[in-house]
Write a protein that binds this ligand. Structure first.
Ligand code: DGL
Length: 249
């Protein structure tokens, strides 16, 4: 395996691509943030299928066969057309990996925080039922949270969104799964609000060492949105400078 693609609607995927870059510094990575379309989580599935088709065909044209869908919302789609037209591509979805962290823990209850599309698919509920059938699952759609994170809003606006959807769980110390890759960017706030143990997708992706190999360590970041905006978002959230290229697809 050589270059690997990492894909998301925006910053959530960057946190995964950057974590891969730090853990596997010789891996060649092409990250694509589809920020012209962010947020994905409130769109119709048909529209998302079309968007994903064009984005995956872009990776295919770059000669990249392995793409990590660092996006739960994309991971719940069927993507039949992509798989049919690009049989050489392997799309690595993240939901099962994320859920499998709670295997064997006999959790009585767990909260799944995700986008509307992900919650409506019940992909988390289904997987949890398979690996931990006795666990009661609360799937909560935080409908505007990914967009608020992209907009770098202040704490007060984040609190309003959490109060709108999560007030019944405040300080109840229930474990929670961050079923959207944007949410670990405000993990401290979620921990403070819920007070339970949080699970994200980052660790289980890094543990998939079969996906990674030794190359030249090129880490290239593209956005379909505004490259200066993504540079600024990364500077604020990750405290470093990242070169970003804009592409029209
Ligand atoms: N970060 C993505 C996810 O994991 C998408 C968020 C969005 O664009 O709504 O679901």
């Amino acid at each position: 395996m050589s270059r690997i693609g990492v894909f998301d609607s925006g910053l959530g995927g960057y946190s995964i691509a950057y974590a891969i870059f730090k853990q596997y510094p010789l891996q060649d990575i092409v990250f694509l943030a589809d920020q012209i379309n962010v947020p994905y989580g409130n769109k119709e599935e048909n529209e998302l299928e079309d968007i994903l088709y064009s984005r995956m065909s872009w990776f295919n044209r770059q000669g990249i066969c392995d793409v990590i869908l660092a996006c739960n919302t994309s991971s719940v789609l069927k993507l039949e057309r992509v798989l049919k037209d690009f049989p050489n591509m392997r799309l690595h979805r993240i939901i099962d990996l994320t859920v499998d962290q709670i295997k064997g823990q006999n959790l009585h209850e767990v909260i799944v925080l995700a986008t509307k599309v992900t919650v409506e698919s019940h992909a988390y509920q289904k997987r949890i039922n398979v690996i931990s059938p006795k666990t009661k699952v609360f799937e909560i759609a935080l409908v505007d949270l990914a967009k608020l994170i992209e907009d770098l809003v202040d704490d007060h606006q984040l609190d309003l969104e959490l109060d709108r959807h999560l007030s019944g769980f405040k300080h109840r110390k229930l474990p929670f799964i961050m079923g959207c890759t944007h949410y670990p960017l405000i993990e401290a706030k979620l921990n403070d609000y819920l007070k339970g143990k949080g699970y994200s997708s980052i660790r289980p992706i890094l543990d998939r060492n079969d996906l990674f190999s030794v190359g030249s360590g090129n880490f290239v970041c593209y956005t379909t949105g505004n490259s200066d905006r993504l540079k600024r978002q990364i500077a604020v959230l990750f405290k470093h400078k990242q070169a970003i290229l804009h592409i029209d697809i």
